[in-house]
Design a protein around this ligand. Structure first.
Ligand SMILES: [Zn+2]
Length: 196
């Protein structure tokens, strides 16, 4: 039985998966969204929301859906999902986003910096950072195309499990933006790598 590794609130972590290994991402307290980006082991293929939209023909992903690389190879398959709402619609929050959308002038923790530093620690040059899988994020698309945030549907202990379809370097961040966390301060996420 693997033990959980914690991604502290508003921070990030890096990990590697071999093909066939499964990554369980847990929301220990509930209501927390996160960002996940994946690169092939050599850094040459990146997770692609565009290709995943193309081949899956939908904007939400859940059990059975494949997450594709920018070179049209399967990177990850969602093998189980207790939440059922994750999307690929938003870039990782960044210093510029907090400045432009919220007028912040001082440094604000952000997923872009957290994901990039976690990937650099794995020896991957992450920029330009791909659009992350927004894990547990709950966004509705209104009839006129507007995006509307709702609190994540994840309850304490809920998880999603992804199987690696190639050897991967992955970064996972607990998002510090209160807009995607039901207005609450950020909480930790956790993960475990399951031997199969
Ligand atoms: Zn974020």
């Amino acid at each position: 039985m693997a033990t959980w590794q914690v991604v502290p609130a508003g921070q990030g972590a890096g990990l590697r998966l071999r093909r066939g290994q499964e990554l369980r991402i847990i929301d220990p307290e509930g209501g927390q969204s996160g960002d996940l980006v994946a690169f092939s082991r050599d850094g040459r293929q990146r997770l692609s929301n565009g290709r995943t939209f193309d081949y899956g023909a939908k904007i939400y992903v859940s059990t059975g859906d494949v997450l594709w690389s920018d070179r049209s190879n399967p990177m990850l398959t969602i093998v189980s999902d207790q939440v059922g709402r994750h999307d690929f619609l938003y870039s990782a929050c960044s210093l510029e986003m907090y400045r432009i959308q919220y007028g912040m002038t001082e440094y604000h923790a952000n997923c872009t910096d957290n994901l990039c530093s976690a990937l650099r620690e794995l020896g991957i040059e992450p920029e330009p950072l791909p659009t992350p899988l927004n894990v547990f994020m709950n966004v509705d698309v209104a009839e006129d195309g507007r995006l509307v945030f709702a609190p994540p549907k994840s309850r304490a202990g809920d998880s999603i499990v992804l199987r690696a379809e190639m050897d991967l370097a992955i970064a996972l961040a607990s998002c510090p933006a209160s807009t995607c966390n039901g207005g609450a301060p950020p909480k930790p996420l956790a993960f475990e790598i399951e031997a199969v």
